[in-house]
Design a protein around this ligand. Structure first.
Ligand code: SF4
Length: 289
């Protein structure tokens, strides 16, 4: 089995074409901003950027991000072959300039030059039922937006945030307020309530795979998502922090069980440039959705 051609195609599509739900959200928010405002100008520029990147098959942003493969596949899926071919595809996409050389060894400062290194790219595996069609989503996660992610440990005296959903809400609005448009707003929040520190970060990032407008099947979390979204967009921070009604495009909240002594709230912030594309793998032919 050779996964290389379909994975190279998937990476290129992810780097150059924004998912239609993100583009649609940017357009619908543009319609709510005042004509001639900074917010309108920024959103129009983003939409033009998206159009040009697609038309010319160029990266949507100079920071092509860190590379994540989220794979759901049955137990007998050839994982090692997949990872080898994915790494080959990453090297080729880097060589073609569709992925920036973003992999730096932390101790030496050496850039590996081909986007390969320890746990880079990152593979997130999830087991599926025996007859399920394997599915892979590539997420290119911008570094600037990763920098404004944050993890809270409740209770938090500064925020007057206790170990309850009201406390969670205070954390999420604080995260948006602190960012002040940095990380290239309008943003999208992936959130995890609970878990340990590492598990919370993993779950928060995984929440970013949901489509704009998707609400949690847990009605309590769905209500919280909508409330935080509405309140964040009333803060007036706006696109790139220049003012306006469009600070967030959506909020996605998941929850994990936790140790009785711990209550973490983890926020993974993504910029407007939400590059994720999904492929179903059928006999090494793909259909990108
Ligand atoms: S945060 Fe996103 S839009 Fe901003 S520079 Fe990084 S990847 Fe690009």
């Amino acid at each position: 089995m050779d996964f290389y051609p379909i994975l190279l195609e998937l990476i290129i599509k992810t780097s150059t074409e924004l998912p239609e739900d993100i583009t649609a959200a940017l357009k619908s928010h543009l319609a709510t901003e005042e004509g001639g405002s900074s917010a309108t100008s920024v959103l129009e520029t983003l939409l033009e950027n998206i159009r040009l990147a697609h038309e010319r098959q160029l990266p949507l942003c100079q920071d092509t991000g860190t590379i994540h493969f989220f794979v759901t596949a049955p137990d007998d899926f050839p994982r090692r072959q997949f990872q080898t071919d994915a790494c080959r595809a990453v090297v080729e996409a880097t060589r073609r300039g569709l992925l920036r050389q973003n992999c730096v060894e932390s101790v030496t400062g050496h850039n590996t030059g081909n986007n390969l290194g320890y746990v880079n790219p990152t593979f997130h595996w999830e087991e599926a039922d025996d007859n399920a069609i394997p599915k892979v989503t590539v997420l290119l996660k911008g570094g600037g937006s990763e920098n404004v992610g944050i993890q809270y440990s409740l209770p938090d005296e500064t925020l007057h945030a206790g170990r309850d959903l009201d406390g969670v809400k205070k954390c999420l609005l604080d995260a948006v307020y602190r960012a002040q448009g940095k990380g290239c707003a309008p943003g999208i929040l992936g959130v995890c309530i609970g878990g340990d520190r590492a598990g919370g970060a993993e779950e928060a990032k995984r929440q970013l795979l949901r489509r704009i407008g998707d609400r949690s099947i847990d009605t309590t979390l769905a209500t919280l998502e909508q409330e935080v979204l509405t309140k964040a967009n009333a803060l007036g921070i706006g696109p790139m922090g220049l003012g306006g009604k469009t600070t967030l495009l959506d909020v996605f909240i998941g929850a994990r069980t936790r140790h009785p002594a711990s209550f973490f709230v983890t926020v993974c912030y993504n910029c407007w440039c939400m590059r994720r594309q999904t492929l179903e793998i059928r006999n090494c032919e793909g259909s990108v959705s």
